[in-house]
Design a protein around this ligand. Structure first.
Ligand SMILES: Nc1ncnc2c1ncn2[C@@H]1O[C@H](COP(=O)(O)OP(=O)(O)OP(=O)(O)O)[C@@H](O)[C@H]1O
Ligand SMILES: [Mg+2]
Length: 255
């Protein structure tokens, strides 16, 4: 079953066509990578899917329902969560509270519950804390979860951000360069984490420059260059595609 479908997506900034006719789809629990040189339009595509940018044309549907015109919060509510290329944790908040903020999205409590501290409020706050601990365990966070998020080492912050996204209980997780800045061992752990997320039945779209990780984990790879899609296929075919090799190496050298 198709979960996410992107058809003929176009996005412009002034005169610049940042995305020009992007088409791809993601099935349930599938891992699709989006790769391409810097400025190719990868993050912009995520921003269109999540409602941060308004496309100039095309269609984005989730389970057949158009996301067009929906606000980011509404789209998140439909089951799409993301992480950011430049980490966006609340640095002063504790790691745990950052993840609790993700879990709050699906809590049913009204402002009155919160103001009056009703039993329902207490119960849902406890549930939220439990969920946050669960996801921090799941991502394998080793650092102090009660301390400020900004004090965590970089690789741990990336993990905490994924925990926050998972706490939203998404069906689709968009990861923007999760392995950027990680060392060799941390990259191996990230690969394992991505697979364990998939095993939960969650589909993943992965933007990543680390080709080893991309080729290892993806079922399909979409390649963008200057906003245009130049390939969509299985990793083993993408690796040998002359247009892809040219986009990366700037020559027609065949690997
Ligand atoms: N808010 C914006 N305003 C103007 N131009 C933008 C904006 N966001 C992105 N762009 C431009 O759109 C193009 C695509 O940018 P995008 O960030 O999507 O690339 P990317 O593929 O994610 O690159 P990288 O690998 O460096 O993260 C670039 O030319 C960029 O300068
Ligand atoms: Mg980017």
């Amino acid at each position: 079953m198709t979960l996410l479908r992107i058809e003929d997506l176009r996005l412009s900034f002034g005169g610049l066509l940042a995305i020009d006719g992007l088409c791809f789809s993601v099935g349930q629990a599938e891992i699709v990578s989006v790769i391409g040189p810097n400025g190719a339009g990868k993050t912009s595509a995520f921003n269109c899917v999540t409602g941060f940018y308004r496309p100039a044309g095309g269609q984005i549907t989730l389970r057949g329902k158009s996301l067009s015109g929906l606000r980011p919060s509404a789209i998140a509510g439909l089951g799409i969560a993301r992480t950011f290329q430049n980490l966006r944790l609340f640095g002063e908040l504790s790691v745990l509270d950052n993840v609790r903020a993700g879990a709050h999205l699906w809590l049913r409590q009204s402002i009155f519950d919160a103001l009056l501290h009703t039993p329902r409020y207490g119960r849902s706050e406890r549930e939220c804390t439990q969920a946050a601990h669960h996801w921090l365990d799941f991502v394998g966070l080793r650092g102090d979860r009660y301390g400020a998020a900004r004090n965590l080492p970089y690789g741990e912050q990336r993990r905490a951000e994924i925990a926050r996204a998972l706490a939203r209980r998404p069906d689709l997780l968009l990861l923007d360069e999760p392995a950027a800045g990680l060392n060799h061992g941390e990259k191996a752990e990230m690969l394992d984490l991505i697979r364990r997320i998939q095993a939960l039945g969650i589909a993943i779209v992965l933007i990543e420059h680390d080709m080893g990780l991309v080729m290892e984990v993806s079922e399909r790879v979409v390649v963008l260059n200057f906003g245009r899609e130049i390939a969509d296929g299985r990793p083993e075919d993408i690796r040998r595609d002359p247009a892809v090799i040219e986009a990366y190496l700037g020559s027609d050298t065949h690997a």
